[in-house]
Design a protein around this ligand. Structure first.
Ligand code: SF4
Length: 229
């Protein structure tokens, strides 16, 4: 992680480095279940060098509490690491220049779920620049084996005066709980298969078990109490 931090700090791949006060790299866990990805730093983030510390950040923290996430469960970053002047939209060439950093972060952090916040983060993560945020919001996708669940940017809700739970956040909460519920149902099914060997029971679905265990932070044991994940 230190290598990528040093690379971002030294980066001059686009013009934004000339006007940025600080590079805004990320914050949170180094082993998150969920990675929130915004679009770019705003004024407060640029000053402090941390993502989502302004009003949008306060709302995101509220969402994190509603989702029941602990500090070890999540990390936050942006597509762009430098603030676009006057908070203008990121230019395509700026996104292209900065994208390798985000890809490296995703690889290193290895989250279970990525939650893009807003249109630019959604389009960048899904690599679909035609899709609108209204088409993608609160839907689940998969990109290179990682679940993706886009939300509107917190600023969208702030403009409407909505500072609590919203319909899309409820869907994300349900989506995150889904893995745990499926695991519980799966355990019940497995426990009825007592005439099958462990290998016979698990070989076709072991990867699914690992996925659910990681997502739901659950330890899974077979009938001999052997820990499988
Ligand atoms: S926005 Fe990204 S690519 Fe552009 S200078 Fe900053 S770190 Fe480099």
């Amino acid at each position: 992680m230190k290598k990528i931090v040093d690379e971002i700090k030294a980066c001059t791949k686009c013009e934004l480095c000339k006007t940025a006060t600080n590079k805004v790299i990320g914050r949170g866990s180094f082993s998150p279940k969920i990675l929130f990805v915004g679009e770019a730093p705003g004024a407060e983030e640029d000053m402090q060098g941390k993502p989502f510390v302004g009003r949008s950040g306060m709302l995101l923290e509220n969402w994190i509490e509603i989702l029941g996430l602990t500090v070890n469960d999540y990390a936050i970053t942006n597509v762009l690491k430098c603030r676009p002047p006057e908070n203008r939209d990121p230019a395509p060439e700026e996104i292209r220049a900065c994208l390798p950093f985000l890809k490296q972060q995703i690889k290193l952090l290895s989250p279970e779920v990525i939650v893009p916040l807003g249109k630019f983060a959604m389009q960048t993560i899904l690599n679909d620049y035609e899709k609108t945020i209204s088409e993608a919001v609160a839907q689940s996708f998969e990109v290179e084996g990682v679940k993706v669940f886009p939300l509107f940017h917190p600023a969208y809700y702030l403009r409407q005066g909505k500072t609590g739970e919203n319909a899309e956040l409820k869907k994300l909460k349900g989506f995150l709980l889904d893995g745990k519920e499926q695991l519980e149902e799966f355990i019940i099914n497995i426990q009825t298969c007592d005439n099958l060997s462990t290998d016979e029971m698990f070989s076709p679905i072991l990867s699914a078990v690992h996925h659910f265990c990681k997502l739901s932070n659950t330890t899974f044991k077979d009938l001999d109490q052997k820990e499988l994940c």
